[in-house]
Write a protein that binds this ligand. Structure first.
Ligand code: ADP
Ligand code: MG
Length: 250
């Protein structure tokens, strides 16, 4: 079974950026094969990783709901969904990516969602690491992929509003019966003048903080991939020093 790292946190906190940094670290450390899952329909994980994702899973489900006749005769529907999802995985340099998208159609997706969950569990087994970039809530993940994560990373800024929201997200994960082995708070865009003590008392297991880094702003403004960030960039160094606790299997 692959080791699942799932990102959570309010919009704009840095989930996509940090997911991409984690992928870069795991790749550069040669820890194993990686599947990036973009589970935020409004997200851009592919862009940040410098890769064009294939067809989204949402689009595949839409196609099949709109035209059940598209399933080849003699092929069970679940096999067909599995085949289409596997074909939608795009191969990057040192990692693969799958975009979940969002079904737009009016149909009932209960059946396909159930099938999809099985397909995703199978797919995940083919990789050593799976990094899931989620939308703000966790509903998407729990509904359509797996309800399990080895490490849930809740990203927040250092504000008290932000930290409250991080706590809520962690509670939601529990309510959704999301099975999480370890759950961490990662404070992003931390600046030296902030008080770390208050942040540590947020009620979540505190992983540490990542600094506000102009290097990130630069690659992001230019629309460049995270791999163009220099290795000495403060945010990347900080992530690497905290990372063991994220990706270490135990
Ligand atoms: N540590 C950081 N330093 C500077 N800019 C950052 C940092 N983390 C994120 N950003 C920028 O903030 C914006 C939002 O980050 P993003 O990762 O897209 O958040 P989310 O996925 O949570 O919505 C992006 O433009 C990103 O480049
Ligand atoms: Mg995002």
């Amino acid at each position: 079974m692959g080791y699942i790292i799932a990102m959570a946190g309010k919009g704009g906190t840095g989930k996509t950026t940090i997911a991409a940094l984690i992928i870069r670290s795991i790749k550069e450390k040669k820890l194993g094969s990686i599947l990036a899952i973009d589970a935020d329909p409004n997200s851009n994980l592919g862009e940040v990783l410098g890769i064009e994702p294939g067809e989204s899973v949402g689009k595949i489900l839409d196609d099949i709901s709109a035209d059940p006749g598209s399933v080849p005769p003699g092929m069970p529907k679940d096999r067909f969904i599995e085949y289409r999802v596997q074909s939608a995985v795009a191969e990057g340099d040192g990692f693969d990516i799958l975009s979940m998208g969002k079904p737009e159609g009016p149909g009932c997706y209960c059946y396909v969602n159930n099938v999809l969950r099985g397909v995703m569990i199978k797919l995940i087994k083919d990789y050593d690491y799976i990094v899931i970039d989620n939308e703000a809530g966790l509903e998407h993940l729990s509904r359509r992929t797996s309800r399990y994560a080895d490490a849930l990373i809740v990203v927040s800024d250092a504000s008290s509003v932000g930290l409250k929201s991080a706590r809520r997200i962690n509670e939601l994960a529990k309510q959704l019966k999301f099975e999480v082995k370890k759950s961490f708070l990662l404070v992003n865009r931390f600046n030296k003048n902030m008080e770390e003590g208050k942040v540590k008392e947020s009620g979540l297991d505190y992983l540490g903080n990542l600094p506000l880094d102009p290097g990130i702003e630069e690659v992001s403004l230019k629309g460049e991939p995270i791999f163009n960030l220099r290795s000495e960039a403060p945010v990347f160094k900080a992530l690497n020093s905290l990372g063991e606790r994220i990706w270490k299997r135990n």
